[in-house]
Design a protein around this ligand. Structure first.
Ligand code: PLP
Length: 224
């Protein structure tokens, strides 16, 4: 894991430098889904502090074994409203919010424990039917709704690019998300962050302005 992580960090750094960005602007979220708590512990010992999970119960269980570590947890998966209660007390960030009922449930649970969640709105840029996320023509209305909630801080936009052989083929997806962020942030300055880029395509995402990359395989190895 040490070698893999070093390579990932170097690649983030050189992608950032290539476009004149400071690599420190980029938060690496290590996606530990399907890997045991011991893998997270190893990642932590190598310097990782941000970890992402996509299943509520898996996250809760893993976090229970890692309470002695000062980890910042991210929920990055499809949200089932009846399971928000499992991850909400644990996570600082939710990357995948795109339906009103999710906002309502997060607000309800967060207000109960007097916590403010940092939230990314997930967008479907590629237009694939199977993909979660808000379409471009609906983002403004959704954002305005999201901004009304007292215990939700909308920090940015998130997207997942289609899986392709050549990451250059999805550069336009990342560029489009950045353009939408740039436009909206003139009116809504809290909208700063871009969560985009995974093992296959993170360098292109960094070149296009990603401030959070979500990387699993390239750090932990292939999932079963
Ligand atoms: C699994 C997952 C990732 C990481 O994928 P890798 O290809 O293993 O880097 C990133 N984001 C989301 C939302 C995921 O579900």
């Amino acid at each position: 894991m040490k070698d893999r992580l070093e390579r990932v960090l170097k690649r983030i750094e050189s992608a950032a430098r290539k476009v004149g960005r400071d690599p420190k602007e980029i938060t690496l979220v290590a996606v530990s889904k399907t890997f045991p708590a011991s893998a997270v512990r190893e990642g932590f010992s190598l310097g990782l502090r941000n970890f992402g999970e996509n299943r509520a119960q898996e996250l809760r269980e893993k976090a229970q074994h890692l309470q002695d570590l000062d980890i910042t947890w991210h929920f990055i998966g499809r949200i089932q409203t009846n399971k928000v209660k499992y991850f909400l007390p644990i996570v600082e960030y939710v990357h995948s919010v795109w339906r009103e009922e999710e906002l309502q449930e997060i607000e309800k649970r967060a207000s109960k424990i007097k916590k403010t969640l940092k939230v990314f709105i997930e967008m479907n840029i590629s237009g694939e039917e199977s993909k979660a996320g808000i379409r471009e023509n609906e983002i403004r209305i959704f954002l305005e709704k999201a901004l009304q909630y007292e215990h939700i801080e909308v920090v940015g936009l998130m997207t997942m690019a289609p899986l392709v052989g050549n990451p250059e083929d999805v550069r336009w997806v990342f560029r489009r998300l950045r353009e939408i962020r740039d436009k909206l942030s003139k009116e809504y300055p809290s909208l700063k962050e871009l969560s985009m880029g995974m093992s296959n395509d993170f360098e292109v995402a960094v070149e296009e302005g990603a401030t959070f990359v979500r990387i699993g395989t390239a750090i932990f190895g292939p999932r079963k």
